[in-house]
Write a protein that binds this ligand. Structure first.
Ligand code: BJ8
Length: 425
């Protein structure tokens, strides 16, 4: 498609074209500096570069074509929304990225200033008419996770076709009953939206599709345990980010090809950083596209990131849905169980997250962990204290950072990261 045809498509979606041009220019420059400057990238990353270069182009065209065929587009902000149900009604699910400081001033007319950058970002993108994904959606699914999101959705509902899932805050038996009811309610909403009934056959297929993507990402995560690290943390973060909006089957095939290349590289004992480069794991809040600030700072300071304990990382891929269920109800139970294993900091208590972090740091042979929290994020800031204690008891060095999407603190973050790396020597 030509640039003119893209502009026509964006105009149809009612984007603010001038502001959108500005956003794409910044994104392109940022991507060039952070990604294309890396040495020794795998051939398979060309696919990701292509997807990113067409992020508001070709993929949006695909969504438009899907809509023209009568398919619905469902946008989400949280890994609690079961994509299996969305696929089972032949709708397309896209994660609505919220990783840029765009439309902040407009967002602050709807939510308080001391709201985390992720929430302000999704509201800002909508109010400033900057995101073709948001504008393509027939339904946007929110969820009652943290207080910030819960209250923000009340304001957001006046601007978008919003539906909110009630996510329990504990893992009790009563919570499970609530979550099952919510899954059934969401299923009915999707059936109503699309006019398609979910059958055992369709759901089984959708479960397989999403599990296959998780397996490919699990494989990628296992390969990162190699020394020297065969792929940069920046590239894996990008892969995880793209997983939220690319076509699932195409994405899975591309990541498996990339993993084949990684295996070759590991056999040849080649790495993206020297074998003695400090190996760091990130833990905490999700980093949505195009939030690449901290990974860039870390890796340009001589360390390599070997894991992301985050929803745009292993929290989204660690658990599979049991594929042995036969009936629709058994499949729904399998979904309920799988999603209730998510160890988001919004749960109380949340002991399993501490166990998962320690296990992951050991499996990846991490020399240290950097905890990442967005400013004003209460759940992850609270858990940072516990995580630090737990890692300290396990003799794994860690440091907790709080930041947002602005570039103002880059130097300060760099100084702290470098000081942390010094302590690891
Ligand atoms: S399952 S982590 S994607 S809720 S950073 S908005 S928590 S104040 S994003 Fe999340 Fe689902 Fe949990 Fe994962 Fe609130 Fe914190 Fe902001 Fe956050």
């Amino acid at each position: 498609m030509t640039q003119d045809a893209y502009r026509e498509m964006w105009e149809t979606l009612n984007l603010d074209l001038a502001a959108h041009d500005g956003l794409l220019a910044v994104l392109g420059k940022f991507y060039g500096d952070i990604y294309m400057s890396q040495q020794g990238r795998l051939k398979g990353m060309e696919y990701l570069d292509f997807v990113l270069s067409e992020v508001h182009g070709l993929r949006i065209k695909e969504l438009m074509d899907a809509k023209a065929q009568g398919r619905k587009i469902v946008g989400t902000f949280c890994v609690f929304v079961p994509e299996e149900l969305t696929l089972a009604v032949d709708a397309v699910q896209v994660g609505l990225c919220a990783g840029a400081d765009a439309g902040r001033e407009a967002a602050e007319t709807l939510v308080p200033r001391n709201t985390c950058a992720l929430i302000k970002s999704f509201i800002g993108f909508k109010l400033a008419r900057l995101c073709p994904y948001t504008e393509s959606c027939d339904l946007i699914v929110g969820e009652t996770t943290c207080d910030g999101k819960k209250k923000a959705y009340e304001a957001f509902a006046a601007h978008a076709p919003l539906y909110v899932m009630e996510v329990p805050q504990t893992k009790s038996d009563a919570a499970r009953v609530l979550w099952k009811a919510e899954i059934l309610r969401y299923m009915a909403r999707l059936e109503d939206l699309t006019g398609t009934k979910i059958t055992a056959e369709k759901l089984a297929e959708a479960i397989k599709t999403v599990n296959a993507r998780r397996r490919a990402l699990q494989r990628l995560n296992r390969l990162r345990a190699a020394v020297p690290a065969p792929i940069s943390g920046r590239d894996v973060l990008l892969i995880n980010q793209v997983s939220f909006y690319d076509d699932p089957a195409r994405f899975t095939a591309s990541i498996n090809t990339l993993c084949d290349q990684l295996e070759e590289r590991i056999k040849a004992e080649e790495g993206v950083a020297p074998a003695d480069a400090p190996r760091l794991m990130l833990s905490g809040c999700p980093m949505a596209v195009p939030n690449w600030k901290l990974p860039y700072i870390i890796e340009s300071s001589g360390a390599v990131i070997v894991g992301e304990e985050s929803c745009i990382g292993t929290r989204n891929t660690r658990d599979l849905v049991d594929e042995s269920a036969q009936t629709l109800d058994e499949m729904l139970d399998a979904l309920v169980d799988r999603y209730l294993r998510i160890d988001c900091a919004c749960f109380t208590p949340n002991q399993e997250r501490l166990d998962n972090i320690e296990t992951m740091a050991r499996d990846l042979k991490a020399d240290g962990v950097i905890q990442y929290a967005l400013m004003f994020c209460q759940p992850y800031a609270h858990e940072a204290i516990k995580v630090e204690k737990r890692l300290g008891a396990a003799d794994i060095p860690s440091m907790a950072l709080e930041t947002d999407y602005s570039m103002e603190d880059v130097e300060q973050l760099k100084t702290r990261v470098e000081a942390f790396l010094e302590t690891l020597k």
